[in-house]
Every structure is written in structure tokens, then in C-alpha cells.
Write a protein that binds this ligand. Structure first.
Ligand SMILES: Nc1ncnc2c1ncn2[C@@H]1O[C@H](COP(=O)(O)OP(=O)(O)OP(=O)(O)O)[C@@H](O)[C@H]1O
Length: 506
């Protein structure tokens, strides 16, 4: 997979210009107006609303459209009074570093998170900067009312609302086209309906499209699990709480195994912690993982207690600073991939069972030897149709052998033709059966007649040839021609040697 394809798509497809910010037309309009009339109104704007709906993108796009220089201060930067004054204060008053009179926009992300230890005094400093600046400032917040009244009064509030599914689908479609991925419209709709957050919708699309040319509804549906509300609370207690004991007790009430819980912590830890906290957090998590490995190896479930201690209390204590703002926790993304792999494994196994039954071989051998060979044979449509008919393969099994999507034309064609073939053979069987059946046959006679056509009297059974062990010739293997439908059982059918079939029997 190319490096380009591995990039975070939410970042790669961040709109460059305001015209690319979908939905929220009123907010975008208000923002543009604030910028175009800058100097006559408030010097700061507060963009507020839920996560992942385009607030930061709109601020960056505005700077691009207005040709403004910009500087960003995120929650991970130290936003003390001094730092803010240094970055924003003097620079915003005196113009750009270049000394020209061009505008320079200060973007302050997570402005509703200026209360922690690190950001002590930050809010007062911002109000001060707004009063004295001659440069535009944009504050970004999830919760407007988490900002102090003086700060709210000092800036122009612009609300961003949750996005409609139609806006999300529109953005996802564009991404699919740019990435050259076919995507079922129902799959995009399914992704969009699950959220009103564009970022997580793009992340879901990227996870579903990993390693594929087409994304189907099944790809986005697999891996979904019922997630109990309480897991989110536990995540909050682990990452943000002050009491590791409380977090442990909450985990004990939770119906999650440590194997699943570690996935949750692993997925969300980088969204919460930064720098040294992140490093210490992962260190604690790696120790939890070691205990889990010992549980698996020694079947000693007593060690679960140490594993959960490290992933809960260990991760909680790894944090040396406070984090605020809204965090959206999500289930481990590898569940989705696992779900997909589990589906593929089930198809492979059912295929192996069919081959094993036909060729009198084990499923393991069918998987290891026959499936790779069938994949080669399936390159020829004739073989593909014949084998599909003979083994009565289903569409997902054909797709597996053709390495194609189940809904693709290729798979549909092989499936249709194989069903035609089966029908023809059935008709032929009925024909043969009817032609040689007496008018009012007794059940016994029907079977006899059908088994031995009168037109061509059955040759007398040959005398058994001597085998190699008897000191004679080795018999040539009989070619087994089986009807596609089951024949009526013969009462005394000549016993055919049961041998392992080979691929040439197809
Ligand atoms: N309205 C939108 N139109 C187009 N793309 C969007 C929109 N909203 C979000 N995105 C996509 O989602 C990503 C994240 O969006 P953005 O950073 O603007 O969210 P936000 O509202 O600032 O959320 P947060 O508060 O979590 O940072 C962007 O990089 C972009 O790809």
C-alpha cells in the first residue's frame, strides 16, 4: 500500500478553502463576514460546537481565503499567561514578524480548556490580548458556556451545528473518488448515519477501505459490537480521574474482559495523553500486555488482576498533567479488521469442507493444497464454472477464489453460468431416467432399469484383475463421473473403489 494511502485521510482531505467546508453554511457565511469587516467589529470570534464538524478546518480555510498568515496554539502547547502574551500579545499588536501590516490570525484551539494547571492565567491573558490587539483571533471550543462571561462577551460567537448525513456522504464520496475506491452508496450512508462527526466518519471509511478496491455494506457493518455506555465512563475515569481506586472499582463492575479493555485503553490513550504522559502510559500498558500473555500461556487467570491493575491504575498514574476539552472515545479499530478477517476465515473453511468432502481429503489439506490450486484454475472461466457447479459453491466462496468482491460482475457471471449448468445436467438426468423407465415400474425395477440402460446392455462384470500385491498389474484408477444431482440409490450397486479424487476429476 502506498504511503499516500496510509496517511490519515481526515488530515489529507481537510478542506483548503471555505467553499470546501460542507454543511454549516450560516456559520461559514458569518465567519467570512467577520473577517471581511475586520476592524469594525469584535476582534475575536469564537467558533463553537461538537467535535469533528469543521471548526478548525473553517479557521484554517479562512486564513487561506483571506491570504492571512496564521499561528495556532493547541491544548498540547503550554498556554500560560506568559506564553500567550509572548506568542500572541506582542506579535498581534505589532503586525507580522516580517514587520508588514498584513494580518496574522491567531487560532486558539480548545479554548474551553484553559483552566488546567498548565493554562493557569491563560483566559485572563486572552481577554487582555483581545482588548489590545489589532490582529484577528479565533477561539475554538466545544462548549461555549465553559468559557467565562467576559471572554464570551469579548468575542463574536459563531455556532457550528452537527452535520447532516447528506453532507457527510458528500464528503465521503469525494474521498472515494480521489482514492479511486468503489463504494456502495448504502455503505457510505451506513457510515454517515452512525455519527454526525465528519472526522470519525472519514476514519471509519479509511478503516473499511484498508487494502481494498471496493467498500461494501458488509465491510462497514462487520466488527460492530454493542458498546455499553459505561465503558465510556470508565475511559474517563482512567484518563482523567484523580482516583485510580475508583477507576478499578468501575472496571470490576464492567462486563469487559481485560483482553477487550486493553484494546480500548490502547485505542484511546494517544487521543488523551501527550509527550511524557503518553510514553509512561504506553509503558504501563505494555506491562499489562505482558501479564495477559502469561495468562494465555499458563492459563493462570489470577494474573488478570495484575494486568488490569497496570492498564487502569498504571495508565491513570502515568498522567502528570491535566487534559480538558471533549474527547470522543471509540472502540478498538482492530475489531473491525478482525471482524472482516473472521468473515473471510469462515468462507475459506466452508470451501475447504466442500473440497474435502468431494476429494476425500482433510480440511487442512484442502486449505493448504487445493485452494491455492483452485485459485489458479479459476483464472479460466470454463474451469471456474465447472468447479462451481460440481462443488455447488456459493457466491462468497467464488469471490474468495477469484479474489474479488462478492457483488462483482465476475462472481455473478460464474455463479449464473454454474447454476445453468446444474439445471442442464438435472434435465439431462431426468431425460435419461424417463427414457429408460418402464411405464408402470415397481420401485425395485425403476432402480434397476435406471441404473442399467436397456439400449446398451451393461457389460458383464470383468473378472477382477490381479493386483500388484497378487503379482499382477496395478489397476488403472477408475474415472468417476458423478451426476450433479444425487442418483437414486441402487440396491446392489457395484462397489466402486473409494479413492481420493484429484483436481483432474474436475
Ligand atoms: N464541515 C466539514 N467539511 C469538510 N470536511 C470536514 C468538515 N468537518 C470536518 N471535516 C473533516 O474532519 C476533519 C476534522 O475536522 P476539524 O478539525 O475541522 O474538526 P473540529 O470541528 O475542529 O473538531 P475538534 O474540536 O475535534 O478539533 C478535517 O480534517 C476534515 O477532513
Amino acid at each position: 500500500m502506498s504511503e499516500e494511502r496510509c496517511m490519515d485521510w481526515a488530515e489529507k482531505y481537510r478542506p483548503v478553502s471555505l467553499s470546501g467546508v460542507l454543511g454549516n453554511d450560516a456559520a461559514v457565511k458569518a465567519l467570512r463576514k467577520w473577517a471581511e469587516t475586520f476592524g469594525s467589529g469584535k476582534k475575536a470570534a469564537i467558533l463553537y460546537g461538537g467535535p469533528g464538524i469543521g471548526k478548525t478546518s473553517a479557521a484554517l480555510a479562512l486564513a487561506h481565503d483571506m491570504g492571512w498568515d496564521y499561528i495556532e496554539m493547541n491544548a498540547s502547547d503550554q498556554r500560560t499567561k506568559d506564553a500567550i502574551n509572548k506568542v500572541a500579545g506582542s506579535a498581534s499588536k505589532t503586525g507580522t514578524f516580517g514587520g508588514t501590516n498584513e494580518r496574522r490570525l491567531l487560532i486558539l484551539d480548545e479554548a474551553d480548556n484553559l483552566h488546567g494547571n498548565y493554562d493557569r492565567g491563560g483566559e485572563a491573558a486572552i481577554i487582555n490580548v483581545i482588548k489590545n490587539t489589532n490582529q484577528p483571533i479565533i477561539l475554538i471550543a466545544n462548549d461555549f458556556y465553559a468559557l467565562s462571561k467576559p471572554l464570551r462577551d469579548a468575542a463574536e460567537p459563531i455556532q457550528f451545528r452537527a452535520l447532516l448525513s447528506t453532507s457527510i456522504v458528500k464528503a465521503l464520496k469525494k474521498i472515494c473518488a480521489a482514492e479511486n475506491i468503489k463504494c456502495q452508496p448504502e455503505a457510505l450512508m451506513k457510515i454517515a448515519e452512525r455519527t454526525n462527526d465528519m472526522r470519525s466518519a472519514i476514519n471509519d471509511l479509511q478503516a473499511a477501505a484498508m487494502g481494498r478496491e471496493e467498500v461494501t455494506l458488509a465491510d462497514v457493518s462487520t466488527g460492530e459490537r454493542d458498546v455499553p455506555e459505561s465503558i465510556f465512563k470508565v475511559m474517563g475515569l482512567i484518563f482523567r480521574g484523580d482516583d485510580p481506586g475508583k477507576a478499578r472499582r468501575a472496571v470490576m463492575d464492567l462486563d469487559e474482559s481485560p483482553e477487550d479493555l486493553i484494546g480500548w485503553v490502547d485505542e484511546n490513550l494517544p487521543r488523551e495523553y501527550h509527550d511524557g504522559d503518553l510514553e509512561r502510559g504506553f509503558d504501563a500498558l505494555s506491562k499489562a500486555d505482558l501479564f495477559l500473555a502469561r495468562v494465555r500461556r499458563r492459563m493462570d487467570y489470577g494474573m488478570w488482576r495484575y494486568a488490569s491493575f497496570m492498564m487502569v491504575a498504571g495508565v491513570n498514574r502515568a498522567r502528570k498533567r491535566r487534559y480538558g476539552g471533549y474527547s470522543k472515545y471509540s472502540a478498538p479499530t482492530y475489531w473491525q479488521k478482525l471482524g472482516r478477517a473472521r468473515g473471510t476465515r469462515a468462507v475459506r473453511d466452508s470451501l475447504a469442507a466442500k473440497i474435502g468432502k468431494y476429494c476425500h481429503t482433510s480440511k487442512r489439506e484442502a486449505r493448504a493444497v487445493f485452494i491455492p490450486l483452485l485459485r489458479v484454475l479459476f483464472r479460466d472461466e470454463g474451469y471456474a464454472v465447472g468447479i462451481t457447479a460440481r462443488l455447488k459453491l456459493e457466491e462468497d466462496e467464488i469471490a474468495f477464489l477469484l479474489d474479488a468482491e462478492k457483488s462483482s460482475k465476475k462472481v455473478g457471471k460464474v455463479y449464473e453460468k454454474s447454476r445453468d449448468l446444474i439445471e442442464k445436467e438435472v434435465e439431462h438426468e431426468i431425460d435419461v431416467f424417463a427414457r429408460f423407465a418402464p411405464k408402470e415400474p415397481s420401485a425395485h425395477k425403476v432402480e434397476e432399469t435406471a441404473a442399467e440402460p436397456a439400449a446398451e446392455p451393461a457389460p458383464k462384470p470383468k473378472r477382477k484383475r490381479k493386483t500388484a500385491r497378487d503379482g499382477g498389474e496395478v489397476p488403472a484408477p477408475a474415472i468417476v463421473v458423478e451426476p450433479l444431482v444425487e442418483e437414486p440409490k441402487k440396491e446392489e450397486a457395484p462397489s466402486e473403489p473409494k479413492r481420493q479424487r484429484t483436481l483432474f476429476d474436475f
